[in-house]
Write a protein that binds this ligand. Structure first.
Ligand SMILES: *[C@@H]1O[C@H](CO)[C@@H](O)[C@H](O)[C@H]1NC(C)=O
Ligand SMILES: *[C@@H]1O[C@H](CO)[C@@H](O)[C@H](O)[C@H]1NC(C)=O
Length: 290
């Protein structure tokens, strides 16, 4: 249950394209996929942890919650509503990008695992002892990555030497699996790896030919979540949250989809909902329920 509650998948929404590649969209809106609530109650069937929303807002984006339209028992990456919704966005993004319509997608934790599954069409995860582990990143190809190119040199040094990235998962994509899976190898460049002392696993990726990104760790937690002692809050840890958010929001600024009407936009924004303080009983300080 922990794994499932700690993760989300983000993507830009395919509303309308006005192809302008030399400009920036200074009003990016990013869709965040809601997840099924483990024990649903009336008016609480899906949720988004507020830290994902704050993460994006802190770098200048607005958020629209994306509801899962299919009832699904539990969140599985193989057969849940989350999986179906993620698959729809993943395929829309691939198609859009092939047409030259820049359509970024981000997966965190479960979202990362979901992306790996969608690319390889295979359940390929290995058990790791990583529920509640802050780790330094073991960078592999970061110097020529899009993701880390704009990071300050000192922050890159800190990321490589201090435990600034918090892991809240029990299942991981082993390097061994990545190295022996042609689909994954062709599609994703591995930017960092980590180990639980036993299994080496992929911790950060970017797609070679698409603006598709994934982290097995949680960049949003350092600045916004306080419920677990493993979450780092040092100045470098908080900068990590911000530079990751800034990177992805800048990617979203290259996308010009928009709502057809202002009314449609204002009705869809997450501002229509209020987060609830849940820090005393959940891993998240605040949660949006739908
Ligand atoms: C899992 O990792 C923690 C440290 O993060 C360690 O204390 C614990 O002994 C490990 N458990 C196993 C079964 O290896
Ligand atoms: C970092 O990853 C490389 C490549 O897998 C590995 O050879 C090396 O031992 C790792 N370094 C650390 C400090 O874990």
């Amino acid at each position: 249950m922990c794994l499932l509650l700690l993760c989300v998948f983000l993507s830009c929404l395919p509303f309308y394209l006005s192809a302008q590649t030399d400009r920036q969209n200074e009003k990016p809106i990013i869709g965040v996929l809601a997840q099924d609530v483990y024990l649903p109650q009336p008016s609480q069937t899906a949720y988004i942890a507020a830290s994902y929303v704050k993460f994006l807002e802190s770098a200048g984006a607005r958020v629209v919650p994306v509801m899962i339209l299919y009832p699904g028992g539990g969140v599985s990456i193989v057969s849940s509503g989350y999986e179906r919704a993620a698959k729809i966005f993943y395929e829309l993004a691939i198609e859009a990008n092939k047409r030259g319509d820049y359509f970024p997608v981000w997966g965190t934790c479960l979202g990362f695992e979901q992306l790996m599954y969608l690319t390889s069409k295979n359940t390929i995860l290995a058990y790791t002892n990583t529920s509640g582990a802050a780790l330094p990143l073991n960078f592999t190809n970061a110097e020529d990555s899009r993701m880390f190119k704009g990071f300050p040199a000192q922050l890159m040094k800190d990321l490589a030497s201090e435990p600034l990235t918090v892991n809240s998962h029990k299942w991981s994509l082993g390097m061994l699996t990545y190295n022996t899976n042609e689909e994954l190898k062709k599609f994703y460049k591995v930017l960092s790896v980590n180990t639980d002392g036993n299994v080496e696993f992929v911790s950060t990726v970017e797609a070679y030919d698409y603006p598709i990104y994934g982290t097995q760790w949680h960049p949003e937690k350092n600045a916004f979540e306080w419920t677990r002692p493993s979450i780092p809050h040092s100045p470098s840890a908080v900068k990590t949250t911000f530079y990751m958010a800034e990177f992805f929001v800048n990617e979203a600024r290259k996308n010009f989809h928009k709502f057809e009407t202002e009314e449609g936009e204002s009705k869809a924004l997450i501002y229509n909902y209020n987060p609830v303080y849940t820090g005393t009983k959940s891993a998240f300080e605040q949660i949006y329920f739908f």
